[in-house]
Ligand binder design. Structure first.
Ligand SMILES: [Zn+2]
Length: 282
C-alpha cells in the first residue's frame, strides 16, 4: 500500500481511503485501467507485472467497522436506504451477509471432507452461524471485525470450546499459536481483504501440517464476466477489492507456500465463483 486520504461518504461521514499497490506482487507502478466504465473513485486496474486485477483504492474497513455501529444501519428501512444512500445500502447488505442473514452455502460438509478433527477458524466469521452443525471433535474459532457479530459468535463458539477475536483478520491471526488449525474457512472473504497475500502468509504457519484453507471467491475468469461486462455480479465497488482468476489465486497461494487444488468442479468457467483447497504441505 502506498498512501491514504480521508474521503467523505454520504451516510458514513469521513472514511479513510487507502491507495493500493498490486496485492499479488506488490508492484505499484505498472497498473493500467482494466475498465473505464467503473466508478471513478474506485479505479479497477490490471497489474502490468503479474496481470492481477484489483481496485487501486479501497476503504479502510478496519476503521469503518470499528468506528461505526454497522448493525444499526441494517435496521433502517431498505428501500429508502437504496434510494438515498446507495453506498451504505451496499455495505449494509454486506454486513447482513456477514451476520448470516443472507443465504450462504454451509461450509461444514467441506470441512469434514477435507480436514482432520481439531481447531477450525472462520476468517470473517460473522455471528458464527455458518459453522453451526460442526461435528464433535471440530472446535470452531473465528475472527470478526464487527463488535456485535463477534460477541454473538463468541457466545456460540465458546460453548463448543472455541474463541473469537474481535479484530481485522491480519492482526487477529497473531492471537493464535502456530500449527493450531486443521482448517481455515475463507468463504467470500479474500475478495474483500485489503491485504490478501499477507493474510495467506500469516495463516500458513498457523495451520497444522496437512491443514487446509478452504477458499471460495468470485471467478474473474468466468465466461459470465466476459458476457455481462460491467453488469457482472462479481463487480462490487468498493466491496470487492481483489478480482481472482483461477491462475491468479494459484499464483498467490503457491507463492505463499500452499499446495493448490481446485478439484473437478472448483474452477468451472461457467460458474461465477470458484472453490480451492489450499494445503500446508510441509
Ligand atoms: Zn502484480
Amino acid at each position: 500500500m502506498t498512501g491514504s486520504e480521508e474521503l467523505v461518504v454520504p451516510g458514513f461521514g469521513r472514511i479513510l481511503v487507502i491507495d493500493r499497490s498490486c496485492p499479488a506482487c506488490g508492484d505499484g507502478a505498472s497498473a493500467r485501467m482494466e475498465r473505464t466504465d467503473t466508478p471513478k473513485e474506485w479505479p479497477l486496474v490490471r497489474c502490468g507485472g503479474c496481470s492481477f486485477v484489483y481496485l487501486s483504492r479501497g476503504p479502510d474497513y478496519t476503521a469503518l467497522f470499528s468506528t461505526m455501529a454497522w448493525e444499526r444501519t441494517t435496521r433502517v428501512e431498505e428501500q429508502s436506504r437504496a434510494e438515498l444512500r446507495p453506498y451504505s445500502y451496499r455495505l449494509s447488505k454486506m454486513t447482513r451477509w456477514r451476520m448470516g442473514l443472507l443465504p450462504r452455502n454451509r461450509p461444514v460438509e467441506q470441512i469434514v471432507r477435507h480436514a482432520r478433527p481439531g481447531n477450525i477458524i472462520d476468517l470473517g466469521c460473522g455471528d458464527g452461524g455458518p459453522l453451526n452443525g460442526l461435528p464433535e471433535g471440530y472446535v470452531p474459532h473465528g475472527i470478526e471485525i464487527s463488535k456485535e457479530s463477534a460477541r454473538a459468535a463468541q457466545k456460540n463458539f465458546a460453548a463448543r470450546g472455541g474463541e473469537v477475536v474481535n479484530d481485522a483478520v491480519l492482526t487477529g491471526l497473531e492471537h493464535f499459536p502456530k500449527a493450531y488449525f486443521s482448517a481455515a474457512v475463507l468463504r467470500s472473504y479474500l475478495e474483500h481483504e485489503l491485504q490478501p497475500r499477507a493474510v495467506l502468509e500469516a495463516l500458513l504457519p498457523r495451520l497444522v501440517r496437512g491443514g487446509v484453507a478452504l477458499v471460495k471467491v468470485p471467478n474473474y475468469g468466468s465466461i459470465n464476466r466476459r458476457v455481462m461486462g460491467r453488469r457482472w455480479c462479481g463487480f462490487r465497488f468498493p466491496d470487492h477489492l481483489n478480482y481472482f482468476t483461477p491462475a491468479g489465486l494459484r499464483t498467490m497461494a503457491e507463492g505463499c507456500g500452499y499446495r493448490v487444488e481446485f478439484g473437478l468442479t472448483g474452477r468451472l468457467p461457467t460458474s461465477d465463483n470458484m472453490h480451492a483447497v489450499l494445503t500446508r504441505a510441509e
